[in-house]
Design a protein around this ligand. Structure first.
Ligand SMILES: [Zn+2]
Length: 371
C-alpha cells in the first residue's frame, strides 16, 4: 500500500494572482444551487464499483449483500448508464470526477484506457484536452474540503498527474488551499485494504471531506472468468468481497456521531458487462452500458426512484443507451461529480455538463412547485 499526501506540496503553490477569472469564480460561488439535498452532509464518499452489473444487487442475490441492501435505502436507480460512447474504465472515471461526457461540446476527450507510463508523466487530462479540465476535487479543495482518491488500478495515477501539485490549478480565491487538489492518493491491490483505509480516514477526519473510492474486484473477476451473475460464480464472489468492503466504511460511519447522519455515499460503476464474454467493449450491447446509481443519505431515508424524482431525465428502455447530445439524458455515472458537490452545498464544476444546469433532485418537489 502506498499513501502520498499533497499537503506538503501545497507549500510550492504559486502565489494567488487576482484575475478576471478569479473574480468570475468568486461570483459563481455566490450562486447557491437549489436546495435539493439535505444540508447536514459534511462528508461525501463517491464509490465506483468497477464492472458492477445492476442485476447483481437485485433479489435473490441481494439477500447475500447486506451492505449494498443498506445503500439501496435511499434515492437510487438500477437503470443508469455509462458514457453514451464508451464502456471502458478510464474515460468513464474521468466523467465521474469531471461531470463531462467523453466527447462533444463538453467532452473531456480522454479515450486512453491504459496506464500513462512514467516516461509520459507530463501527460494530463489538461494537456490532452488542450485546456484545464476542472474536477470535483478542484471545487471541493478550493472550498477548504479535504479530498482523497483511493484505487485498485495503477492507471488511476492519471488523476494524481492531473490534479497534483504540478498540474493542479492555483486556488485563486482566498484562502489559498493550494494547487494540489487531492490531499491523499492511495493505491492498494485489495478491496478491503482500500475500504479499510477510507474507513480509517473517515474516523480520523477533522474537516469536511470528499473521498473518491475505486473498487476493482468485479472487473478483475469478470475479465478472468466472466460476468456471470449465477450463484457461486467468481463474479458473485467478487461482489460479495465489495459488500464486505462497504461494510467497513458503513461501520466507521455508524460508530462516530460526527459521521453518522452527516455522511452521504454515492455508488455507481464505470460499466456493466460482459460482451463479448470476459470483457465489456461491444458498443452495440446495452448490457455493457447498464449500471446502478445509488445515493445513501444515512439511515431513515426511504428508498425512492431517482428517475421519478428527476422527471427531466430520460427513462430509457432496456435496449437504449441514450444519445450523447439528447436534451433529456438518462442518469449517468458522470452525474456523480456535481451531485457530490451539491450534497456538500457547493456550486457545480465550471465547464461540466451532467447536473450543471439542473442539479439532481433527491427529494420530491413540493406539491405547489409541481403545478
Ligand atoms: Zn474491465
Amino acid at each position: 500500500m502506498q499513501i502520498r499526501s499533497g499537503y506538503a506540496a501545497a507549500m510550492f503553490a504559486a502565489l494567488p494572482v487576482v484575475t478576471l477569472a478569479a473574480a468570475l469564480a468568486l461570483l459563481s460561488r455566490a450562486h447557491t444551487p437549489p436546495l435539493t439535498a439535505p444540508s447536514t452532509i459534511e462528508h461525501v464518499v463517491v464509490i465506483s464499483v468497477d464492472g458492477l452489473r445492476p442485476e447483481m444487487i437485485l433479489p435473490p442475490r441481494l439477500a447475500g449483500l447486506p451492505n449494498f441492501a443498506r445503500l439501496l435505502q435511499g434515492p437510487h436507480t438500477l437503470d443508469a448508464r455509462t458514457d453514451a460512447q464508451i464502456t471502458v474504465t478510464m474515460p468513464n472515471h474521468v466523467s465521474m470526477v469531471t461531470g463531462r461526457p467523453m466527447f462533444g461540446p463538453y467532452g473531456h476527450n480522454w479515450t486512453y484506457n491504459d496506464i500513462v507510463s512514467a516516461a509520459n508523466a507530463e501527460i494530463t487530462l489538461h494537456t490532452n484536452k488542450g485546456a484545464y479540465i476542472t474536477s470535483m476535487f478542484d471545487v471541493a479543495h478550493d472550498a477548504g474540503i479535504s479530498t482523497s482518491i483511493a484505487f485498485n488500478k495503477t492507471k488511476f495515477w492519471l488523476f494524481e498527474q492531473s490534479y497534483g501539485w504540478v498540474a493542479g490549478a492555483p486556488d485563486t480565491t482566498p484562502p489559498d488551499n493550494g494547487q494540489a487538489k487531492i490531499d491523499v492518493v492511495l493505491f492498494a491491490e485489495h478491496t478491503n485494504d482500500i475500504s479499510g483505509a477510507i474507513a480509517d480516514r473517515l474516523r480520523r477526519q477533522t474537516k469536511r471531506s470528499l473521498d473518491f473510492v475505486h473498487l476493482g474486484a468485479p472487473d478483475i473477476a469478470g475479465h478472468s472468468y466472466d460476468w456471470n451473475i449465477e450463484a457461486g460464480s467468481r463474479y458473485c464472489a467478487s461482489v460479495t468481497e465489495v459488500d464486505h468492503g462497504l461494510g467497513l466504511i458503513l461501520e466507521a460511519i455508524d460508530g462516530d456521531a460526527e459521521l453518522r447522519g452527516h455522511t452521504a455515499i454515492i455508488l455507481t460503476s464505470d460499466h456493466g458487462g460482459g460482451m463479448p464474454r470476459k470483457t465489456h467493449t461491444d458498443l452495440s450491447c446495452p448490457i455493457n452500458f447498464h449500471i446502478p446509481f445509488l445515493v445513501w443519505l444515512g439511515d431513515g431515508v426511504a428508498p425512492s426512484d431517482l428517475l421519478d424524482l428527476n422527471p427531466d431525465r430520460a427513462r430509457l428502455g432496456r435496449d437504449e443507451i441514450g444519445e450523447r447530445d439528447a436534451q433529456s439524458q438518462p442518469i449517468r455515472n458522470g452525474d456523480a461529480a456535481n451531485l457530490a458537490l451539491e450534497l456538500l452545498g457547493l456550486p457545480p464544476i465550471p465547464g461540466s455538463f451532467y447536473g450543471f444546469k439542473s442539479p439532481l433532485r433527491l427529494a420530491p418537489l413540493p406539491a405547489t412547485a409541481r403545478n
